[in-house]
Design a protein around this ligand. Structure first.
Ligand code: SF4
Length: 327
């Protein structure tokens, strides 16, 4: 008997391939190739493969000017087109789908760093749920009750607090109090967060996303939190489900994943969520100021670009939290 928890639009996801405004293959991310797929490519292409995939473990695709060498000018993958999906590595086959395992419980979700997923989140017109389905492997298990893990129960309780009409930072403050058994959440110094991000990304490609996200205008938004919360109110009036759903997805995933660590720090997850949300508000405020309105494309762009910064290096938020709030 096992259980699969799935974000409720998981099965509706479809990659928009050549229509994608920012194809994940043409990104400066490292695309890792699992050992099995690497051996498959080596058999098919011989030593030539070493020019496009590093022979050292972990194998990664060697990008040319930031582009994947397997992508055609029309934005199609040669491997997929000529050889079929079974020839793709796990990363290429499953992204933006992510799976994690908690004993007999499996979580399947979608990464908001993909523009098509970000659009699904913006267009969703109800609260996102994480559906669960128990699978019975032998007849004798039928009718048996599947016991929810305490961590899943807590994650579900907390994400149910993200409702429209209540400031998301204050929801994080409430969750922090519960997780820390009464301690108040430390103030978030956004200026420090952004300075820190600039410093740690100085030498790598993620800095370009920061410039796209924050431009040179972010300064005035981070000086005055009220401006950010005004933006949040406008955002909620135009896209009533988005803010709650963004935070529900972010929090559920990260809270569950934290439980897999040897020494889980749940207060850090709460701070990470609050920081991610405030960074999103800075980005959308800067975009809004330029155009005067918040368009659907702005929300999509800010979502997937911010999530690419965060996903590019999964430790980025944790470094900020430990350096600024814990350590
Ligand atoms: S980013 Fe998403 S929509 Fe775009 S190519 Fe990749 S999986 Fe497809």
């Amino acid at each position: 008997m096992f259980k699969i928890i799935k974000i409720d639009f998981y099965d509706q996801f479809k990659c928009i391939t050549s229509d994608c405004p920012d194809n994940c293959c043409d990104n400066e991310w490292n695309i890792t190739i699992d050992e099995k797929t690497y051996e498959l490519y080596k058999t098919a292409f011989g030593a030539d493969i070493d020019a496009v995939i590093s022979p050292m473990v972990p194998h990664v695709i060697i990008k040319h000017n930031g582009n994947c060498p397997f992508i055609t000018e029309e934005g199609l993958c040669i491997l997929h087109k000529n050889l079929g999906e079974q020839f793709l590595s796990n990363t290429c086959r499953y992204y933006p789908r992510f799976a994690s395992t908690y004993g007999d419980t499996y979580l399947e979700t979608l990464g908001m760093s993909c523009p098509a997923v970000a659009r699904m989140v913006v267009d969703y017109d109800k609260y996102i749920l994480f559906e669960e389905k128990v699978h019975y492997e032998v007849k004798s298990e039928l009718g048996e009750k599947f016991r929810r893990l305490p961590i899943e129960k807590a994650a579900r309780d907390y994400i149910s607090l993200f409702v429209t009409g209540k400031g998301k930072k204050s929801i994080y403050e409430d969750i922090y109090q519960k997780v820390s058994q009464g301690k108040g959440m430390p103030d978030i110094d956004l200026h420090g967060v952004i300075e820190y991000l600039n410093k740690i990304f100085m030498d790598n490609s993620a800095s370009k996303y920061l410039t796209v996200l924050f431009g040179e205008k972010y300064d005035e938004y981070i000086k005055d939190n009220r401006k950010l919360f005004e933006t949040e109110l406008i955002l909620e009036s135009e896209y009533p489900w988005f803010a709650s759903n963004f935070n529900r997805i972010f929090f559920f995933e990260h809270f569950m994943l934290e439980s897999l660590k040897e020494d889980p720090l749940y207060t850090c997850v709460v701070l990470e969520g609050a920081i991610a949300w405030m960074l999103f508000l800075v980005a959308i405020s800067a975009v809004k100021q330029q155009a005067g309105v918040i368009s659907e494309d702005d929300v999509i762009n800010c979502t997937y670009k911010l999530m690419r910064v965060i996903d590019h290096d999964e430790n980025v938020l944790r470094s900020i939290v430990t350096a600024s709030y814990i350590g």
